[in-house]
Design a protein around this ligand. Sequence first.
Ligand code: GLC
Ligand code: GLC
Length: 793
Amino acid sequence: MKTFGHFDDSAREFVITEAATPWPWINYMGSGDFFSLISNTAGGYCFCKDAKFRRILRYRYNGVPMDAGGRYFYIKDGDTVWNPGWKPCKTALDSYECRHGMGYTRITGQKDGLKAETLFFVPLGQRCEIHRVRLTNTGSAAKKIQLYAFLEWCLWNASTDMENFQRNLSTGEVEIEPDAIYHKTEYRERRNHYAFYGVNRPFDGYDTDRETFLGMYNGFEAPQQVLAGTSGNSVAHGWSPVAAQRFDLSLEPGASEELVFVLGYAENPDDAKFTAPGVINKAPAREMMAAFATPAQVDAAFAALRSYWDDLLGRFTVTSDVPELDRTVNIWNQYQCMITFFMSRSASYFESGIGRGMGFRDSNQDLAGIVHMIPDRARQRILDIAATQFPDGGCYHQYQPLTKRGNNDIGGGFGDDPLWLIFGTVEYLKETGDFSILDEPVPFDNKPGSEKTLLEHLKISFRRVATNVGPHGLPLIGRADWNDCLNLNCFSNDPDESFQTTENVAGGKAESLMIAGLFVAEGRDFAELLDRLGDASAADVRAAVSSMEESVKKYGWDGEWFLRAYDFYGRKIGSSENAESKIFIESQGWCGMARIGAAEGLCDKALDSAVKYLECEHGMVLNTPAYSEFIPDYGEISSYPRGYKENGGIFCHNNPWVIIAEAMAGRADDVWRHYRKITPAFCTDQALRKVEPYVFCQMVAGAEAAKPGEGKNSWLTGTAAWTWKCVSEFILGIKPQYDGLLVEPCIPLKHGTYRVHRRFRDAEYELNIRYTGGKGSFFIPYKPGRQVLNIEL
Ligand code: GLC
Ligand code: GLC
């Protein structure tokens, strides 16, 4: 089977050995408010704070070939022009390797006795990318070569950059110094920020006007200046500003040259924007460049980045007899959780960075993947999210990271949203024990003066769902529930409107069993929390939970599995009575996790049905048989071709719900089989999966698709946090509780002996676990300090 790369666990890297991957395989850089996407050929872009409003590099959507543009280094060696990352020239290299690591990427190419090693990273606490380029003459003759560094600026707003050409083609402005090119479009007016591309030595030539550098009729693969070995020394006025720098270098055999580039973003106070009329204040850029002027400074910043990740990833590690499990748990799953926390669903090679901001439900779920690593940031995120809520408990579905203000751009009124705030907060409290967050005053819709405590927000959230029930006593679905595409009140027939934002038909009574399960599970957690606080409203919460359980048992059970929903007219969805989509995954997962009707055997039956009907070679599909026709009554779900996305795709996010329910039911073999199917480290067919083999993707095409097993929408998916919760708490069985850790594994016996290192608040536990199939659990009361425990269950 053809492979394109492999894991290097000791370096925490994925090593790509074949540049022509089936799809660009990307990495992320940045951990504060400056972020970059970088492909295995150095394509991609960066932004500060907000992928839409503060875009620094231009990225082409739907470009052919795709992934065109990035940080490109061209080497002109005699008549040959090549790039260390193969693209864009695609000159055959003597060797190529890309190593995606934790927050950095190294790309090394060799050609004709010249080795070019590039290292890209975003230093901690800085708003810049560092590009370190080391050129070594590995041959026996002296070489005279030219190195070009090139990138193209985005005119800040990544959305209007792609559409408002009547303006954009006139606004571009730059300033040029001997060792730096400044991009200052719109700085003269309302912006107080600019970008720059500096280097730790003067360049021998430059270009800032794209067409002068490339040539009007050339692409990135054939810049006319590079082909000629020249520079146009062009000054961009409008059109498309770029930063191209030329270096003429001589290398004796064995000799190396090292250059350090800083691609930075700087802001100035309003009263210090200029140093002379029209001349931007470059002090912050100069300061940043000075911080990375020498290789030693770069090494130190890189070492700091590595220890940042050592610390984060050192909080939970497992040593088992399954290498795929260890690398997933110890490296890639946690890393992906961090990235989804940073990005929500805004910027990837599937999410454009201009369409979506931070999701209310998404960001709450993402907390489950990172709260053990960065609890302070989890705390702030919870408060930010809660501040976008409305006084009646309803929510904006997303907010823009730059402003932290909610918006309805991708719809509103989703029935499940409020409950996720309870989910996220409980995750935070169990990990940290920091109950003070509940007393924080939090506004509604960011309106000053409207503040109530976070605890009040949670109460309002719960009440919102408890009181918005339909004819069967089940939660109203609203716009949709977790499944954004189950739009039961929308009835759209107009291809020009979005299922997410078109006005819902009033008076809809459509109800969701997924929300019912979520309500019961979160309601129980909430009641437990209220008890701890000595809050008498716990009793009301419990009563609402029991009555919901009764409704589910009475109206939500189809005989072999849980129904999915009732539609606008009160008809069943996800029932054996339906012609298609007789069974859905979400309600089996959530009612199963809530253990509704467990005593009567409902959960086991529902899980049996999930295995029987939903499981296929690559995971469990969302619904089956998939809808074959568009049904306006159901909305977007039926708009997708069979086997894809929410219509019969393996929507990985919901697989761990079923897996967790299986673990709760003690079905270790099912747990393990299902977990392995969706976990990329276990997937051997890289060509079929197509997307990055080191991260979960949102969707793998299901059994009914034209190409089952093909992955899409990699990186930004709730799958990261949920598989993390699933593997750490339910497979390895380390469950954070308010007062300690509960150990309750569910793993096949042959893998039942493993070691977990777990930091928990101020405690550090070394757990030697031997799981022999016992149903019991082991509780470790929280106590600061280090403890070694041998646990046999
Ligand atoms: C996307 C959305 C998420 C939603 C899911 C299912 O991943 O980000 O909010 O729950 O699709 O529709
Ligand atoms: C579409 C997608 C869904 C996503 C939603 C976001 O409906 O199918 O996965 O959550 O868009 O608005």
